[in-house]
Structures are given as C-alpha cells and as structure tokens.
Ligand binder design. Structure first.
Ligand code: SAH
Ligand code: TMP
Ligand code: ZN
Length: 408
C-alpha cells in the first residue's frame, strides 16, 4: 500500500469494495470483454486522517476524450453553479481592475458559461476533449489539459495571476496533491482564494452513502484533513460551508497562510467533527459494517421482488451506481434497465454489471412497479419530475441512508 498522498503517513484500510470498473466507463455492446477493473478499497491516514483510496487508477484511463459525465444534467446543480459564479462576481472578483477566474475541471461549462456571460476574464482546465468542446460551445475559454504544477505555471506566465481558482467535485478526484497545490501556488494572486466543493466525509458517514466511493474519487475530505492539507502546502483553510448538493458536500475556501482571518465556522465545524469522532478508526469501522449490511439488505430485497415477479428499473446511471451494483452483484437479471438523461450513456451498458442504459422515455412509457433510485442525491428533483410514476402506483426504492421502499 502507498503512503498518504497528502502527508506521506501510513494509510490503514477500513473497507474493501472489491474489484470495481471505472464508474464512467459505459460500454458499447461490442466492447464487452475489454473492461478494466481495479480493486476499490479505502483507508484512513494515521497522520493527517484523510480518507483516501488505497490504490490509484492512471488519470488518462478515467478522464479521456469520451469521459461520460455531464454537469448540465441536474437542474439543481445548474442553479448551484449559476449562484456560485454570480457570488464570486459580487464578492471576490468585484472591485478588481481585471479579475481572472480559473476553474479546475469545468466539464461542459455549466458553471463557466455564467462567468463568460458576465464578461469576466476566465479559463477552464478540462482534460476531457468531449466535455471541453461542449464548454467552448457555451462561450467558455478552455485549456484542454490536466491542472497540475506545470500547466498552472504556464497559464500564470501567459495570463497573469488568478483571483479565484474554483473547482467542483474535482479536487477529491486528484490524487497528485503536491503537484495540484504547487499549481495553485504558482497561479493564485497573493490575495486570491482557492475554493473547492466536494462530497463531505461527515455526510457520507451519517448517510452510509458508500457509493460516494468509486475509482474516480480518491479523497473524502473533512475539515480536519483539509486543514492539514492546506497547512502542509502553505495555505490556510479560511472558511468552510456545508452544501446540500454533492449528496452532502462542503465548500472549502483556502487562502495563502496568514493572508486572511479565518471564519469562526472553520473552528466550529472542526469541533463538531471532533465531537462526532468523525475520523477516528472506530467510526470508520462501524461505517464499513453498515455498508455490508446495506449490501445484504438491498440484494435480498431485489431478489425477493424479482422472485415475486415484480418489475424493477434503475433510475440514474450515476457513477455512484457502479459502486453499488458491482458490490452487490446487481445485474440485468435483478434490474433489467437503468434510465438516464445523459446522451453519452444511453444505448450503452453500465460498467461491470452491464445493465442497459436507456433514455427516461422508456421509463415513462411503461412504468415498472419499483424504481431503484441510484441518483438519490437528486431525489427531490427526480421525484417531483416523475410524479406520474407514483400516480401509476410505482414505488421508489432507496438505499441511502437505509434500504427502504418509499410508500407514497
Ligand atoms: N465540475 C463539474 C465536473 C465534475 S467531474 C461538476 O461539478 O459537475 C470532474 C471533472 O474534472 C471531469 O470533467 C474531469 O475530466 C476533470 N478533471 C479531472 N482531473 C482534472 C485535472 N487534473 N485538472 C482539470 N480537470 C480535471
Ligand atoms: P451524479 O450523481 O454524479 O450527479 O449523476 C447524476 C446522474 O443522474 C447523471 O448521469 C444524470 C442522471 N440524472 C437523470 O437521469 N435524471 C435527472 O433528473 C437527474 C437530475 C440526473
Ligand atoms: Zn496523511
């Protein structure tokens, strides 16, 4: 096992999710048989306490031209990004002569198009060519590259310092932390901020949302571990804000060490983590035991429903669903199809277990009796949109925070 990617400390494994595919590697039927699997296990650093995978997948295998995820698929996230962009325009970027905004992992430009529309100088880093092309078509400026020490320094050289470096659901996917933060150090204005939004360890533990763990996401951050990360690389965590999206997320605001007065929220949230013993080994071991219980309950429920001849479909071919289906062995015999709005996922097979992905119209044209809500982090939006399903007698099945059939 490798040492911790933040501090070099010893990483103690607490959960093994078995061999898992890449969660965004949806297959064409003719590609069957060529799949990449990697053992998915998570551990805790005995030094800085950050929760991280015990192994790494080479980044080019994940974030290549056809990387399937598209930010624009969720209405709630589109609003979150518009609010975030306008928020920066009104605060951090306001009053500067020529503000410069950089986004790491801009994907299809769902956030950056708001920055572009406000006429703010900006640049998105996006290694996936397919996503980058969409972002450009939205009016965003994109560098088709991984953000790291060298590429960030090149942008600093060519375009000057950035006042805000923002990233959503991407910093937790970057294991090469030293290079990442050297890049931020090279690019950020002395008085700039590095802001990132990612799933929060506390929400994952409290909801037993183990499907936040996959071969794409390397870290599950806490206020404690991000504080350690910031300090190690010359930064300081100056604010932390819990977010409803991301299946329960946290916004971390970093500035150069000593440049800003930290908000009292940082200490308050950190104290709550201590009180909950969030990053203590026994908490993580209890979480692991709950994961295995949920696996058994979900598998038993689906087997029973199918044995009774009930029809079941999956809703949302999320990255998260790869972890659940592969851990539980849920294939087309238990869930014959999964519907998803992402064009690049439709007509393909889900990673590892090969459930066909179909457009939502297949679902609405002939409702199943039960729908397994893989996209649980968008539950409110989806259940509101699919009222016809319940009206037709359909029932949602969820597994976060417990396996339950929602009675309408
Ligand atoms: N920010 C978007 C997309 C998150 S998915 C959202 O929140 O919806 C993560 C994105 O980061 C992918 O588009 C991936 O291609 C990109 N990415 C991965 N590693 C990166 C790196 N080192 N630098 C920049 N982008 C990266
Ligand atoms: P996420 O959990 O990584 O945000 O992925 C959400 C997935 O769910 C994505 O593939 C799009 C899909 N989705 C739908 O199919 N319908 C919806 O209404 C929403 C919000 C998402
Ligand atoms: Zn560590």
């Amino acid at each position: 096992m490798n040492g911790c990617r933040i501090c070099g400390g010893r990483v103690e494994e607490f959960l093994d999710l078995g061999p898992q595919p890449l969660p965004d590697a949806f297959l064409l039927p003719e590609e069957l048989g060529e799949e990449y699997f990697h053992r998915l296990a998570v551990g805790r650093c005995t030094g800085c306490t950050v929760v991280q995978l015990t192994g790494e997948v080479p980044r080019e295998r994940v974030f290549h031209h056809d990387y399937a995820y598209r930010s624009a698929q969720s209405g709630a996230m589109r609003e979150h990004f518009a609010r975030t962009a306008l928020g920066f325009a009104d605060t951090e970027l306001a009053g500067r002569a020529d503000p410069f905004f950089v986004e790491i992992g801009c994907n299809d430009g769902t956030l950056l198009r708001n920055v572009a529309a406000a006429g703010i100088r900006h640049l998105g880093f996006e290694p996936s060519g397919g996503a980058a092309a969409l972002a450009r078509s939205q009016g965003a400026r994109v560098r088709e590259d991984f953000f790291e020490a060298a590429t960030a320094a090149a942008v600093r050289e060519e375009e000057g310092p950035a006042h805000v470096v923002y990233s959503s659901d991407t910093i937790s996917q970057i294991p090469y932390t030293a290079s990442l933060l050297a890049g931020v150090d090279a690019l950020l204005d002395p008085d700039g901020v590095f802001v990132f939004d990612d799933p929060y360890l506390r929400d994952m533990i409290e909801k037993t949302s183990f499907d936040q763990i996959c071969n794409e996401r390397f870290y599950l951050f806490s206020v404690r571990s991000v504080t350690a990360m910031a300090e190690r690389y010359g930064f300081e965590l100056v604010d932390a804000v819990r977010l409803p999206g991301y299946g329960g997320g946290m916004r971390y605001v970093l500035a150069r060490a000593g440049a800003r007065t930290p908000s009292p929220e940082v200490a308050r949230l950190r104290a709550e983590e201590e009180e909950l013993r969030l990053t203590e080994p026994e908490t993580l071991r209890a979480f692991a035991a709950s994961v295995l219980r949920i696996r058994d309950e979900l598998t038993a429920l689906l087997r029973r429903l199918r044995a009774e001849g009930r029809s079941v479909a999956g809703y949302g071919a999320t990255a998260k669903s790869a972890t659940v289906t592969n851990l539980c062995g849920i294939g087309p015999e238990l869930v014959p199809y999964v519907c998803d709005t992402t064009p690049g996922k439709q007509g393909r097979l889900s990673p590892g277990v090969h459930i066909p992905v179909v457009p939502p119209e297949t679902f609405t044209a002939d409702y199943p009796e039960y729908a397994l809500l893989f996209a649980w982090s968008h539950a409110e939006e989806i259940i509101a949109k699919e009222q016809g399903f319940r009206a037709a007698g359909g029932k949602w099945i969820v597994y976060v925070p417990e396996v339950r059939v929602l009675e309408s």
